[in-house]
Design a protein around this ligand. Structure first.
Ligand code: PCA
Length: 150
């Protein structure tokens, strides 16, 4: 099968030194980058999951990392993020550290409760941040998180 490559912007647990980064162990790191648009980045649900909410113009220009991934890795990411049931993978524009504008995939929360916009917004995510909301791995949860129970 022909192999394609995809550019993905990660802002949460997939970043380097974050709990799901091993999903990107065979991916190629491109650069640090920031979203061109602002999005609200919150930590929500009883499992402290980071969500960038599809409500552009609110919050910060989220900082994250661009990776190049192959089909198999993209399929694994889609499964981890439960796309399109929980997060939806969308194309947006990002500004790389050198100022270049790059189009890439990002996992956003499209369906959300309005109260989520009252949570604290972050510019940059870390599971071990001073917020104290340490991420709980998908595979040790007893409930499946969906937009309706965040
Ligand atoms: N994983 C994806 C979306 C949020 C999360 O924890 C990421 O790191 O970009």
């Amino acid at each position: 099968m022909e192999q394609s490559s995809y550019t993905v912007f990660v802002y949460g647990t997939l970043k380097r030194n974050q709990p799901n980064h091993h999903y990107l162990s065979t991916a190629e790191f491109i650069t640090e980058a920031a979203c061109c648009q602002k999005f609200p980045l919150v930590i929500a649900s009883k499992y402290n999951i980071p969500f960038a909410i599809e409500k552009p113009g609110i919050g910060y220009r989220i900082k994250g990392e661009l990776f190049s991934v192959d089909d198999a890795t993209l399929a694994k990411l889609d499964e981890l993020e439960n796309h399109p049931t929980l997060y939806e993978r969308q194309v947006h524009s990002f500004e790389a550290a050198d100022g270049k504008i790059i189009e890439a995939w990002i996992y956003l929360l499209r369906e959300y409760k309005p109260e989520m916009l009252e949570l604290e917004f972050y510019e940059s995510y870390s599971s071990e941040g001073s917020h104290g909301k340490r991420y709980v791995s998908r595979y040790i949860r007893d409930t499946e998180i969906k937009p309706s129970n965040i």
